[in-house]
Design a protein around this ligand. Structure first.
Ligand SMILES: C[S@@+](CC[C@H](N)C(=O)[O-])C[C@H]1O[C@@H](n2cnc3c(N)ncnc32)[C@H](O)[C@@H]1O
Length: 330
């Protein structure tokens, strides 16, 4: 790719950039022909059209109904003019008005920095469909839209085994797992997150699906502080924590690599015999500590849990753990 300085001066470089954008456009057209049928088959109006297919073009393009979100990733030319050209190419190729293309730039976070920053206000929310469920997404306010599509298959697994279960959803974000669990027939759900905005959003998602009711609790809390005092037992737990967070108490940090054994032990203390725990992380390079799985029948779900519209087969790692009766935890 052209350097920034060369971009502004060299005609050769402009020509090269034009050829690169044309290659991206060709790929979008090819992928769309294949993936539109896939999306219809799975009842999806939110799906990934482009996932770093061309190594030099480090971006993703996600379809949300009549809109698309283009996310420039670390390593893609970090230049406003280039980002505009990218968004224009996507709009023209997909024949979308420019205001339906939402451009985001995802930068790597410094250790200890969280990506779940508070936005100033709620923007308009758009409704999308996924495998029989409906969700509200926000394409402008945050880097993330409210729906992590890479967990679509995991959510279907949770739905399929939620019937008659008491479900705990930790770090619940906008409650996508909760909606699936409720849809699958969970007798009760408990969703915990530190962010009141995300909890309100999770509640709205449940309402949108006609699933709200007294059996569904939303708790605003730091999971790490809440768990040691939690009462009640659960049959199914979903634990999808951030990779890093600065934590609720001043001076504390959370690090999934360092802290997952302790977290999972605390969750398992709240699981009924035979209870099931889904654990997932997006931390690339994560090395699970065997002590976390002791006393469970454990199966890694990745990469099979990653949907076919994703090329990044390491976008998350995920395990299903079933508590063996009468076995002490780690
Ligand atoms: C990776 S997202 C979880 C994604 C979610 N499981 C889903 O599938 O949509 C992380 C979430 O954890 C929440 N969070 C981060 N640190 C937390 C903490 N210490 N206690 C409670 N929630 C926390 C954030 O507010 C955010 O909603």
């Amino acid at each position: 790719m052209c350097t920034r300085a060369a971009l502004t001066t060299g005609a050769a470089c402009r020509k090269q950039r034009g050829m690169e954008l044309q290659a991206l456009a060709n790929r979008l057209v090819r992928n769309r022909a294949r993936l539109e049928a896939f999306a219809r088959r799975h009842d999806l109006t939110a799906w990934r059209l482009y996932d770093l297919d061309i190594p030099e073009f480090r971006c993703t393009v996600d379809v949300y109904g009549e809109h698309v979100v283009v996310t420039a990733l670390q390593g893609l030319q970090d230049d406003a003019a280039f980002h505009r050209a990218l968004a224009t190419t996507v709009a023209e190729t997909l024949r979308l008005p420019a205001d339906r293309v939402h451009l985001k730039v995802r930068r790597r976070h410094a250790p200890g920095e969280t990506q779940y920053e508070k936005a100033e206000q709620d923007g308009p929310r758009l409704e999308v469909r996924e495998q029989g469920q409906r969700f509200l997404v926000d394409l402008d306010q945050y880097v993330d839209t409210g729906l992590f599509m890479d967990h679509r298959r995991t959510r279907a697994l949770v739905r399929d085994e939620a019937k008659g279960r008491r479900v705990l959803n930790l770090f619940c974000y906008t409650g996508a797992f909760t909606v699936y669990a409720a849809h699958g027939g969970a007798t009760e759900t408990t969703s915990v997150d530190a962010s009141p905005r995300y909890l309100e959003w999770a509640r709205a998602n449940l309402t949108l699906n006609g699933l709200d009711g007294p059996g569904h609790r939303f708790i605003r809390a730091d999971v790490l502080e809440w768990l040691p005092h939690a009462t009640g037992m659960f049959d199914l737990a979903i634990v999808d924590p951030p990779s890093f967070s600065s934590g609720g108490r001043v001076g504390t940090t959370w690090d999934v690599q360092r802290d997952h054994v302790d977290l999972l032990a605390r969750v398992r203390a709240r699981l009924a015999p035979g209870g099931v725990l889904y654990f997932s992380t997006n931390f690339r390079g994560f090395r699970p500590d065997e002590r976390a799985f002791h006393g469970t029948t454990c199966r890694e779900l990745t990469p099979a849990s990653i949907p076919d519209d994703f090329r990044q087969r390491d976008i998350h790692r995920c395990w299903r753990m079933e508590q063996r009766p009468n076995t002490p935890g780690p």
